[in-house]
Design a protein around this ligand. Sequence first.
Ligand code: NDP
Length: 286
Amino acid sequence: MAEIISGTALSATIRSELKCETDKLKAQGIVPGLAVVLVGEDPASKVYVRNKTKACEEIGFYHEQYNLPATITEHEILDLVDTLNHSDKIHGILIQAPLPKGLDFKNIINHISPEKDVDAFHPVNVGKITIGDFDFLPCTPAGVMELIHTTGISVEGKNCVVVGRSNIVGKPQAMLLLKENGTVTICHSKTPDLAQFTKNADILVAAAGKAGLIRGDMIKPGSIVIDVGMNRNEEGKLVGDVDFASAEPVAGFITPVPGGVGPMTITMLMKNTLRSARNHGKNKNL
Ligand code: NDP
């Protein structure tokens, strides 16, 4: 049976470290601040935003939350982003995705100052990651790396397979694994015979958004299996991309859903915000 890697437990440990560092920074007169912008009424987004503001309170960050109606214009959102870009209290700006139809997420992200882009979605930060300059690590992939590190197994020289090539998970995940000298393969919906790749993965990161896509017979015995997927099954239960029941007896290490990657994503967001606040302090010679 695989060893379960608990994102909930790891997250709690990292958050208590972040709280200590935040206290030290506050003693120097800098209070890390995060602005969270929610547009519309998407129920899942509301839960994510609530969890992010809860994490801010737990760690001791200043936070501002903007609940904007779906009827808001893009121009009005850009005005808000400008204000937040210039606010001394705010070190991180987060626009909760997805945005209602008619609003261009990419354009709004491009308006965030790269120094406050704690999600690492701005093209400047994406480019930096590609050339190996890791100012802000993208939150979900960074959380995945922390989970892998807890196994004590080095990524170097391992066959790493990422299933999914989105800009927010799959592609940056591949870059982070590559940075640690993994041999990385990215699979996607046009990959024929997915199992042929996954079966050779020493480290498998599933981020396709398809419930139960990865079954036990597609996994290399003893491998590390990280499940990024968050899907609702027919009963409305939250499930991953990995069929846990058949995968657990085969894998060496496995993350559960929920309680795996999810809490780590928010924790990495907090880490990036703290880092941004620290950089802000350095720039002001505090
Ligand atoms: P996207 O829908 O943007 O991307 C999904 C990717 O998976 C695409 O590249 C797609 O390929 C690929 N894919 C889809 N079906 C298959 C298949 N049958 N075989 C192989 N590849 C496939 O999703 P995201 O990257 O945004 O998210 C992925 C999952 O992770 C979702 O369940 C999401 O909810 C979850 N998530 C979880 C987070 C967390 O904190 N735990 C944070 C972010 C996301 P193609 O490009 O060809 O279409």
